[in-house]
Design a protein around this ligand. Structure first.
Ligand SMILES: Cc1cc2nc3c(=O)[nH]c(=O)nc-3n(C[C@H](O)[C@H](O)[C@H](O)COP(=O)(O)O)c2cc1C
Length: 346
C-alpha cells in the first residue's frame, strides 16, 4: 500500500475517533451487570490505599495504561508528545500506535520516537499488526527494529480481523501469524502482548495465543470504540451488522482470567473503559491492569495535558472509594472482592 494512503488512513482514524459516532450502539462492556459486594465493617483508611503495581518488572503508580493509538503524521506526533507527558507525570506505561508506518517511511520515525525523548522513565510499549507479523520473512528482525525505535519494554501485536475486513484496503490474510508469533516469542527479549482492538479475545483464543509464548493478553473487548463503525464511516458503508460484532469486555476478562490457573501472564482489561467504576470492576473480574484509548484522546483534544491527567486521577479517586467500601487496601485485595451479577442481586 502507498505511504500516502497509510498517512491518509491514520488522519481519517484520528478525526473520526475524535468527532465521529464510533461507539457500539447496542453491545455494552457488560460492567453495568455487576455490583460490588459492599463491606460494612471496613477498616480501610482511604488515605493509605496503595494503587502501585508493576508492569513486567517496571514499577508503575496506577494499574492503568494509555492504549495504543497513533503515530505517523505531524498531528500524531503532537498527540504522542502530549500522551508521553501525561504518562510520565502519572508513571504509567504508554502504548504506541502501529509502528508499521515508521518502518516503511523513515520521515515518520520521529512521530513515535518523540515519546522516548519526552518520557524518559516510563515503560513504552511498541505496536505492530497481526497482518505484518504474519507476512514477515524475518519476524525477529521486524520486532527488533520496533523495539529499538523507542527502547520498548514490551510489544503489542494487535489482532484486528474485523477492522481489516471492513476496511476497503484491509489485509485479511493472517496465515502464518501463530508460527511467526511463536518464533518471535522465543527469540526476542521483551515480552509480547496479544491485543484486540474492540472485538475482544475469548478464552479459547487466549489459550492458543499463550501457547505461542505471549506473556500478556489485552482483551480490548466490545462496548467502547467499534472499529467496524470507524471503517464503515470512512467508506460510507450501509451494512451495520458488524458494527455490534464482538465479545463484551467484562465477559473476556472474566473468562480469560480462568487461564491464570494454567499460565502465567498479564491480563489487561480494555475496551470501553471510561471511568473508575469500569477500572475497579475490571480488576475485580481478574485484570492486572486496565487501559483506555478513545476517551483519553477526546479528553486530550478538549482539555489538553492537565485536563487528561486530572481525568485519570479522578478515575483513580473513584477506584479508591470503591476499595474503601469493599475493604480492600491494595490492588491485590481488590482482585478478590466479590462482584454480584445482576440476576443474583434480587
Ligand atoms: C485513534 C485511534 C487509533 C488506534 N490505533 C491503534 C493501533 O495503531 N494499534 C492498536 O493496537 N490499537 C489501536 N487502536 C485501538 C485502541 O488501542 C483500543 O484497543 C480500542 O480503541 C478500544 O478501546 P477504547 O474503547 O478505549 O477506545 C486505536 C484507537 C484509536 C482511538
Amino acid at each position: 500500500m502507498s505511504k500516502n494512503k497509510i498517512a491518509d488512513r491514520k488522519k481519517d482514524h484520528l478525526e473520526l475517533c475524535i468527532s465521529g459516532k464510533v461507539e457500539f450502539s447496542e453491545r455494552t462492556t457488560g460492567f453495568e451487570k455487576y455490583s460490588f459486594e459492599h463491606y460494612a465493617p471496613t477498616e480501610i483508611d482511604i488515605k493509605k490505599i496503595d494503587l502501585s503495581g508493576e508492569f513486567y518488572g517496571n514499577k508503575i503508580d496506577f494499574p492503568f495504561m494509555i492504549s495504543s493509538m497513533t503515530g505517523g503524521t505531524k498531528k500524531a506526533e503532537r498527540i504522542n508528545e502530549k500522551l508521553a507527558v501525561v504518562s510520565e507525570e502519572l508513571n504509567i506505561p504508554l502504548c504506541l500506535g502501529s509502528q508499521r508506518h515508521a518502518l516503511e517511511e523513515k520521515n515518520n520515525y520521529y512521530s513515535y520516537r518523540v515519546v522516548k525523548d519526552v518520557a524518559k522513565n516510563i515503560p513504552i510499549v511498541g505496536n505492530i499488526g497481526a497482518a505484518q507479523v504474519a507476512k514477515s520473512k524475518d519476524p525477529a528482525d521486524l520486532f527488533n527494529k520496533i523495539i529499538n525505535m523507542v527502547n520498548a519494554r514490551a510489544i503489542i501485536v494487535h489482532l484486528n480481523p474485523l477492522q481489516e475486513l471492513i476496511q476497503p484496503e484491509g489485509e485479511t490474510d493472517f496465515s502464518g501469524l501463530m508460527k511467526n508469533l511463536e518464533l518471535v516469542c522465543k527469540k526476542i527479549d521483551v515480552p509480547v502482548i496479544a491485543k484486540e482492538v474492540g472485538s475482544g479475545i475469548s478464552k479459547t483464543a487466549a489459550r492458543k495465543l499463550l501457547e505461542t509464548g505471549v506473556r500478556g493478553i489485552d482483551v480490548a473487548g466490545a462496548g467502547g470504540t467499534s472499529w467496524a463503525a470507524v471503517e464503515q464511516l470512512r467508506s460510507n458503508q450501509k451494512d451495520l451488522y458488524f458494527r455490534e460484532w464482538g465479545l463484551s469486555t467484562s465477559y473476556c476478562i472474566r473468562t480469560v482470567n480462568e487461564l491464570k490457573k494454567e499460565y502465567s501472564f498479564t491480563l489487561i482489561g480494555s475496551g470501553g473503559i471510561n471511568n473508575g467504576i469500569d477500572i475497579a470492576k475490571s480488576i475485580a473480574l481478574g485484570a492486572d491492569l486496565t487501559a483506555s484509548a478513545r476517551t483519553i484522546l477526546v479528553e486530550l483534544m478538549k482539555k489538553d495535558v492537565d485536563g487528561t491527567i486530572d481525568l485519570i486521577k479522578s478515575w483513580f479517586m473513584t477506584v479508591k472509594k470503591i476499595m474503601y467500601l469493599t475493604g480492600s487496601d491494595s490492588i491485590k485485595k481488590l482482585k478478590k472482592v466479590p462482584l454480584i451479577r445482576e440476576k443474583e442481586m434480587y
